[in-house]
Design a protein around this ligand. Structure first.
Ligand code: AMP
Length: 220
């Protein structure tokens, strides 16, 4: 069983690295940020409630996020494991996650923190662009498309996330420091925790991540 949490500040590479784990292990990535963005797109009540928090870089209230994750866990594809990306983000969410898993006879296998210095994170976030049509990711500083603003893969216009602006990024970092960073100590004592250097090339980060996943998930 591989029940994995990826921790890391905004821009640390949790999404990119999750995609690789999905491809290798065939377990789903559960990104609460992606789930919330799709709720917004469909203009659900939850999406509308979450919008203001997301646009100002604040956390969406715990009970909304927890309900959404509970629903996602009930889907069949989570039976053999999952990769949590962006959840839990508070001690309250971590406690609830523990209860949810316990109720279904499961437990966490690994909590892996991808660590990156703040100046690099800011550049990554400001440069981030995504293709709304095919999902391809680019970065104007680190991985620019051949033609500015246009997807190399399918030719659609690239988009920038609304919360990837300097002011909201500062708020997201503050929120991370105050509300999410305490999870490091929360999980460290449980023998499931590892840290990896997220400033290397994506392939190297993945190779270290994979090693930690094998080590921690092999234990139990
Ligand atoms: P992300 O895509 O993970 O950077 O999340 C984007 C935004 O969605 C965050 O800034 C929060 O407003 C909200 N969000 C995502 N995951 C959570 C969570 N676990 N708890 C509360 N808010 C969240």
């Amino acid at each position: 069983m591989k029940n994995i949490i990826l921790l890391g500040a905004p821009g640390a590479g949790k999404g990119t690295q999750s995609e690789r784990l999905v491809a290798e292990y065939g377990i789903p990535q559960i990104s609460t940020g992606d789930l919330l963005r799709s709720e917004r797109k469909s203009q659900s009540a939850l999406g509308q409630e979450a919008a203001g928090y997301m646009d100002s870089g604040k956390l969406v209230p715990d009970d909304l996020v927890i309900r959404m994750v509970e629903k996602r866990f009930a889907e069949k594809d989570c039976a053999a494991g999952f990769i949590l990306d962006g959840f839990p983000r508070t001690v309250e969410q971590a406690d609830k996650l523990g209860e949810m898993l316990q109720k279904s006879g499961k437990s966490l296998s690994a909590v892996i923190n991808i660590v990156v210095a703040e100046d690099i994170l800011i550049k990554r976030l400001l440069g981030r662009r995504k293709c709304p049509a095919c999902g391809a990711n680019f970065n104007v500083y680190f991985n620019p498309p051949a033609q500015e603003g246009v997807c190399d893969v399918c030719g659609a216009q690239l988009e920038q996330r609304k919360d990837d602006n300097e002011e909201t990024i500062r708020e997201r970092f503050l929120v991370y420091q105050n509300q999410t960073q305490p999870l490091v100590n929360y999980y460290r004592g449980k023998g499931l925790y590892a840290e990896i250097d997220g400033e290397q090339a994506a392939d190297e980060i993945y190779s270290r991540l994979r090693q930690e996943v094998e080590k921690l998930c092999g234990q139990g």
